[in-house]
Design a protein around this ligand. Structure first.
Ligand SMILES: Cc1cc2nc3c(=O)[nH]c(=O)nc-3n(C[C@H](O)[C@H](O)[C@H](O)COP(=O)(O)O)c2cc1C
Length: 407
């Protein structure tokens, strides 16, 4: 039996209290939000949020790479009016920060993508919506109310389904297409397997019931909200995980870019590029941006941390394509470091999801506020008045340097 079936039998009232909002006052960092999220979520959902591929080596290395660099500040510069504005893929943004596409955010908070879209609107930030969204693309666009949305596309064997999705995103006003290319097949995520996690709806077993009982606020809202599904793929129910695995069938190739270009007349970014050669090829094929990403350590284990390959990729493509970055961002200083090493902007996955799990829209707003404040303070303390002042002279590798980082 599945939780969505239980929902039909049990009618429970909705608690009024806002979920987790008061506790936000004591959260001063993304790490604090993480602690709150870890208390709120049952083990299956937490394993899905935090886990990585196989031994999670890449997951750890993504964070360690930020500890292997130092910032060398410049002093006595006028930083009284820090300018953090930029334009990415033709989208103006007040901060070089984009909310990453995430599948099944409804698992972390009952308002899911709608909460994230509203928080993005509040901050004027761009939100990348996943193919595996748990809300219809149009409903997310309604919640975003004109705030720029990008659509993240997973391609699989049935290309006609992708064509339909791209048309749906265009009609709903999505501005750019992120084609995720690091997921030819879905990786082995042992935390998910251990907790018997099924997407989009957790399966009901004795273990999941006991676990949910230990997290009553999450469980209460989960049971009193509509059942989770992948409405843009018309996929529901406990067999979805199996169908998901079948979807990633390894058939996507460079030639697919040509027909995608015909279906989509807006900007296109390749998400999940880690080699200089692939970045150059993307530029040759007319892609507008590459996103240096290892999927937050969730796909191939033992890839390099993204920070280590960023400078080489930025050099390889020069001004031919925009270079974006993600995987491991938890601090404003991480964002400043990535920009100094060649990124135009960064995407954040878990950093905004910790806020979402902690307190829904208010939690995502809090995560954005924390990072925005840290970016401004780090820039000012580094003597940078605008993003143009962030260059490689600011960053130095601690000894010994990670491969790829500047000496
Ligand atoms: C729970 C979760 C689900 C994700 N789902 C998707 C997805 O559907 N599509 C995608 O392109 N990336 C997905 N990602 C990867 C993120 O877009 C992003 O690349 C990654 O989270 C960045 O690393 P960070 O979490 O350390 O910031 C997901 C990440 C997480 C944590």
């Amino acid at each position: 039996m599945n939780l969505s079936e239980i929902r039909e039998l049990v009618h429970v009232g909705r608690p009024d209290a806002p979920y987790g909002v008061r506790a936000l006052a004591r959260c001063y960092s993304v790490g604090d939000l993480r602690r709150l999220a870890r208390r709120r979520l049952p083990a299956g959902a937490l394993g899905y949020l935090e886990g990585g591929g196989e031994d999670e080596w890449t997951l750890r290395r993504n964070r360690e790479a930020f500890s292997e660099v130092e910032l060398v500040p410049r002093v006595l510069r006028d930083v009284s009016q820090p300018d953090t504005g930029t334009t990415v893929l033709g989208t103006p943004m007040p901060l070089p920060l984009i909310l990453s596409p995430v599948g099944s955010p409804g698992m972390f908070h009952h308002d899911g993508e709608l909460a994230v879209a509203r928080a993005a609107r509040h901050a004027g930030l761009t939100y990348g919506v996943s193919t595996l969204a748990t809300q219809p693309l149009e409903a997310i666009a309604d919640a975003a109310q004109g705030t720029p949305l990008w659509f993240q596309l997973y391609l699989w064997g049935d290309r006609s389904a992708a064509r339909k999705l791209v048309a749906q995103a265009r009609a709903a006003g999505y501005r750019a297409l992120l084609l995720t290319v690091d997921s030819a097949v879905r990786s082995k995520r042992e935390r998910e397997l251990r907790h018997g996690l099924t997407l989009p709806t957790p399966e009901l077993t004795l273990g999941t019931v006991l676990d949910a009982a230990r997290h009553p606020a999450w469980a209460w809202h989960f049971l009193t909200s509509p059942a989770l599904g992948f409405p843009n793929l018309a996929m529901n129910g406990p067999t979805s995980r199996q169908r998901l695995t079948q979807m990633f069938d390894g058939t996507v190739g460079w030639a697919d870019l040509d027909w995608i270009r015909q279906e989509w007349d807006g900007p296109i970014a390749l998400k999940g590029v880690l080699s200089e050669e692939d970045a150059r090829r993307a530029a040759d094929q007319g892609v507008d941006a590459v996103i240096v990403s290892n999927h937050g350590g969730r796909q191939l284990d033992h890839t390099p941390p993204t920070l280590a390959v960023l400078p080489g990729i930025a050099d390889a493509v020069g001004d031919r394509v925009e270079v974006l970055f993600d995987s491991g961002i938890r601090r404003g200083s991480d964002i400043v470091t990535a920009l100094a090493l060649g990124a135009r902007a960064v995407l954040i996955g878990r950093a905004h999801l910790y806020g979402l799990a902690a307190a829904g829209e208010a939690g995502v707003r809090h995560a954005i506020d924390i990072l925005a404040g840290e970016v401004r303070a780090t820039m000012a303390l580094c003597g940078a008045a605008s993003l143009a002042d962030l260059d490689r002279s600011l960053v130095r590798a601690t000894r010994p340097p990670a491969p790829g980082l500047p000496e």
